[in-house]
Design a protein around this ligand. Sequence first.
Ligand code: COA
Length: 144
Amino acid sequence: MTDTTTDFLETAQARGSHGRQQKDGVLLVRTIAMPADTNPSGDVFGGWIMSQMDLAAGNMAARVSQGRGATVSVEAMQFLRPLKVGDEVTLYATLTKVGRTSMRIHIDVWGRPRMSEQSHKVTEAEFVFVALDEDGKPRPIPRD
Ligand SMILES: CC(C)(COP(=O)(O)OP(=O)(O)OC[C@H]1O[C@@H](n2cnc3c(N)ncnc32)[C@H](O)[C@@H]1OP(=O)(O)O)[C@@H](O)C(=O)NCCC(=O)NCCS
C-alpha cells in the first residue's frame, strides 16, 4: 500500500482516538473549573484554559507519535465565551494533519454550567506538536 500523507492521516487519527469520535473530535480531557483557576475578575483564567488545551493536544500527540513530543506552535486561539467557576470543561481534539515529524491538532473547548444541561463552545485553537527523540530533536512519526 502506498504510504501517502492522506492514507497515513486516517491511521494516525485512529491511533489518537482512544475515545469515541464526537461531533467536535475525540474527548480527551474533562474537568471542573475551580476557584483557584480564576483571574482577578473572577472569571476562569485564559492561561488555565490554554494549559488544559495543551494537555489535551499533547495527550493525542503522544498516542499518535507513540512517544515524547513538544508544542511548537499555537495558532488561531479564540476565546469565544467566558468560563465560570464550577463549569464542567470538556476538551475535544481532532488530528487534522500529520507530517514527517509534526502533527496539527485542532482543540475545541466546551463549557457546561454546573446546574445546566446546555453546553457552549468557549475556546478553540490549532496546536502543532513535534515528535522528539531522547535528545530533544525531531523524530519521524512511526507509520506502521
Ligand atoms: C520542537 C523543536 C525541536 C523543532 O525544532 P526545529 O529545528 O524547528 O525542527 P524542524 O525545522 O526540523 O521542524 C520539525 C517539524 O516541525 C514543523 N514546525 C517547526 N516550526 C513550526 C511552526 N512554527 N509552526 C508549525 N510547524 C512547525 C516543521 O514543519 C517540521 O514538520 P514536518 O517534519 O512534519 O515536516 C524546537 O523548535 C524546540 O525545541 N522548540 C521548543 C519546544 C518547547 O519547549 N515547547 C514548549 C513545551 S512542550
